[in-house]
Every structure is written in structure tokens, then in C-alpha cells.
Design a protein around this ligand. Sequence first.
Ligand code: ADP
Length: 289
Amino acid sequence: MTAVRFENFSYAYPNSDIALDNISLSIPQGSFSVITGPSGAGKTTLALAVAGVVPHYFGGRQGGSICVNGINSFQSSMGELAEHVGTVLADYESQLVAMTVAEEVAFGLETSQLSRSEITALVSQTLVKVGLAGLEECQVAGLSGGQKQRLAIASVLVMSPDILVLDEPASALDPEGAAGIYELLYDLNCQGKTVIVVEHQLARILPYASQVIVMQGGSLNFTGSLEQTLEFMWQHASLKLGVPALWTIKLRLEQETGLKFGAWKSESQAAEEINRSILTSTKGVAKSA
Ligand code: ADP
């Protein structure tokens, strides 16, 4: 099943040149999809198009079509689309509107048919899911950057969207905080959510990505598995710099030794594979001696 399908989608912001040019792309349901590419490539615009913010909020000119959970995006409102897609913007702090954590998560439920006690229970369950259990009465202003990001995720998660879109979700965090956010997103992905992130630091998503989408100059340059995409990027001078250091080592080693390693998702996996290949080659040397 496809969560999001772009067909020949093109878009220009009002009074601007084209930002997305003829995008055809499928994002499978339950995937962990990563949109990457250089600055100005159209990553944020593509993510906003999944959420319907483009073109519904910005206006501008568009062509082609976008289908979200089987719904024609252009014929739906942003409200209808929000039932399917939860969006955490790059500037997630601008999304936080309430004084306390509980009020923030409950905000989107105010117009629902749920009773007060049902809302309170749902808010607490959602805070547990994002690692903010027990912080209901805390002031939003007093939270750390990572906690605010988790809160922004909770406030969209509470609405039960099938698809989560996050633009650079770890941009303001230290490596530990970034890893924590991605582990949380992976947990949600394992629980069945389709996760779509904009991320230019691909080292962060090595353990999680099932599909990587490379944007360049407003066009879709490449889509494939993590392994296919990193190999493609490595072969193209303009994208090579975006290949994580671990994969630069892997692809160099493969090129220079003729060995073939698996998709390195972590340093420990890389170390294991290198160890194994050294052992195999020293056994070979011992046998032939
Ligand atoms: P990325 O996320 O890859 O850095 P963006 O999607 O932000 O790229 O931008 C793609 C193009 O659209 C760029 O040329 C950018 O200047 C332009 N753009 C982005 N936002 C707006 C806007 N609100 N109005 C006009 N042009 C915009």
C-alpha cells in the first residue's frame, strides 16, 4: 500500500520560480522515508506538500497530483489532511502554543467528542509514548530543546495520524538528543506509522531508513534503499559530500579490496564485518602457506 503518491507534481510559491519540478514518487505505508539533498533542493517544500501546507496554505501554482492515504490532496482541506498527516516543522517551537505540557498535547483534542477524563488519559498515554511521562503539569517554556521537540511530536501523535512528517527533527540537538529523537521515531515506525523525515545528516538515519529520496535543484534525483542511495550519492561528485563517513570507508574498502559488505547501519556492525573479513583472509593466507 502507498501512503503518499506524487504524480508529475510541480509547484511554485507565489511570485517565485518553480520550487518542485515534475515529481513522481511513491512513499510506501509503514516506511521510514528520508528526504535528503543540498540546501535549497526542495526538501522542505516536498515535506510541506505531503502535509498539504503546500499548496493549501501558501497558494502559488501547482500541477500534477498528490494522493495521501488514497485521498486527492488538492480536493481536500488542510484539516482533512491533518487527520492523516501529522507535521512537525523545522521550527517546531513555533508550533507550541500552550502554557503546560498537558494543555499543549490536549490542544488539538478540544474540538473532539472526547470527555475530559478521556482526554486526560489520552494525553498521558501519548506522553508515555514520546518519553515525557509524568510531565503533564510542567511549563512548556521550562523544557529542554529535546523535550520541546518530543512535545511537538506528542501534540501531532495524539491526533492518531497514520503519517508523520518531520523537517530536520534533530537540527537543534546534541548527538545524544538527536539519537533519542530518531529512536523514538523508529519506535513509532515499528508501531505502524509511516515516518517521513527531512534530514541532511544521513549518519543519523543509517539504522532506520527504509527509503531515501534525494532532491536536487527542485527535482527528484534518486530514490532507493539506503544502500542503493548511498552508492548513487558516492558516485556523483555533487552529492558525495553527503555520504556519511562510515559509508565512505565502506565504499572505499569495497572498491579497493573487491570485498562486499552488508548495509552498514552502525559502527559496531561495520567493526564486526571488517573483523570477519580479516579473519577469513588470514585463514586463507594460513591455508595457502
Ligand atoms: P530545502 O529544504 O532543500 O533547503 P526548500 O524547499 O526550503 O529547500 O526551498 C526550495 C526552493 O523554494 C528554494 O529556491 C527556496 O528559495 C524556495 N522557497 C522556499 N520557501 C519559499 C517561500 N515561502 N516563498 C518563496 N520561495 C520559497
